[in-house]
Design a protein around this ligand. Structure first.
Ligand code: SF4
Length: 374
């Protein structure tokens, strides 16, 4: 049973796209005035007609963010465990046909990584792998999570889509959140970018948040990869996805990511191809999500520049990674593996924290303690 994916599948991409591109300044002004906004309002707010209203949107988004989250910013760090991947995605450095040095961290290497990360001050960790079911699967995940939960209170994962039963097992092992990005919600564009491997199965991926909700995962993350396809229509689908998930799986919390394409080894795609989203449009998009979902966590990675991240911390973003290495073994320098993509904000976690404090925002290294887990 996948009620949310079924409803998303019933959407007509072209009709949604036409609907949002026909929004006018009047629609935007009405959306801005409403105390509670609908998906129709969201369409107006991400439409080209809203571009002259970004300053107004940003002021309203800031108010809503402070009401719900105060002056805080959750900080986490990604731990890349493996760059093995059995998929071919045309935009990613880990794609199976790329001739790069592949590695999967051993438990001893993970212990070294964990020590280096703890020394940076983090208590919230995002585990990331390529997608290789046979070599980096449940046995490995359970072993790694069991160890890391002795070191970190909050553990998130961004790995291949798994079954409901596997998510229940990981939840029991202590995983707090799982992020799975749809990349694009348009089936025919999805097929163009995913050429080989299990990731070609659009439906299995789209149904993943349903399975996470059924496994009662504490937090579920969704996003579209911005730059692959028309970012406005993909964002409307993302917003609808979150709304439907909230209705069906109300026990879970939600986080929306804003990954923009970055250059990587062997990729034909870069930030200049596909459907480019400018920094100003990304501000518009973050604000539109905040105005539709006042309670949802909005997250930004080090794909974005120092200047953009500092700016975004002031109006809507409520969690961000810092000091990231996208190379397995990159914190303790235990391997020479290739990074997934180049990060843009290369500041240390301390420097990121200081920049937040300078803006009056308190960095939160840990907002969840093991003892509170039900
Ligand atoms: S995007 Fe994910 S699945 Fe695709 S090649 Fe990269 S690591 Fe593998």
């Amino acid at each position: 049973m996948t009620p949310v994916a079924d409803k998303l599948n019933a959407q007509d991409w072209d009709a949604l796209s036409m609907q949002l591109y026909s929004k006018t300044a009047k629609d935007v002004e009405q959306a801005l005035m409403r105390p509670k906004r609908t998906l129709e309002d969201f369409m107006a707010l991400v439409s080209p007609a809203a571009e002259p209203y970004v300053a107004q949107m940003s002021a309203l988004a800031d108010q809503l963010t402070r009401q719900r989250f105060g002056y805080t910013m959750g900080l986490f760090v990604p731990l890349y465990l493996s760059n093995l991947c059995a998929n071919e995605c045309t935009y990613c450095g880990f794609s199976m046909s790329n001739r790069i040095k592949r590695t999967t961290l051993t438990l001893d290497q993970i212990k070294q990584e964990a020590a280096a990360i703890k020394a940076m001050g983090f208590n919230q960790l995002l585990l990331v792998t390529g997608e290789h079911e046979t070599k980096v699967g449940m046995h490995y995940f359970c072993e790694v999570v069991t160890y890391l939960k002795t070191q970190f209170d909050y553990v998130m994962m961004e790995v291949q889509p798994l079954s409901t039963c596997d998510y229940e097992t990981l939840h029991q092992a202590g995983v707090n959140a799982v992020l799975v990005y749809q990349e694009t919600y348009q089936r025919r564009a999805y097929a163009r970018y995913h050429l080989r491997g299990n990731k070609q199965d659009f439906d299995w991926r789209l149904q993943t948040p349903d399975r996470l909700g059924q496994a009662k995962m504490d937090k579920i993350g969704v996003a579209a990869l911005l730059g692959l396809n028309d970012w406005r229509t993909d964002s409307v689908m993302t917003a609808l996805h979150v709304q439907l998930l909230q209705q069906h799986y109300w026990r879970s919390r939600y986080v929306i990511g804003f990954p923009r394409l970055r250059p990587c080894e062997g990729s034909e795609n870069s930030t200049t191809s596909g459907q480019f989203i400018s920094s100003r449009q990304l501000v518009q998009l973050i604000c539109a999500h905040r105005l539709l979902h006042p309670y949802v966590e909005l997250s930004l990675s080090t794909r974005e520049s120092q200047a953009f991240r500092d700016h975004a911390s002031a109006f809507g973003i409520t969690s961000m990674s810092a000091g990231s290495s996208t190379q397995p073994g990159g914190y303790s320098n235990t391997t020479k593996a290739l990074a997934q993509f180049d990060t843009n904000d290369t500041r240390s976690p301390d420097e990121v924290a200081q920049a937040l404090v300078a803006k009056g925002i308190a960095p939160v290294w840990s907002d969840w303690l093991q003892g509170f887990r039900s």
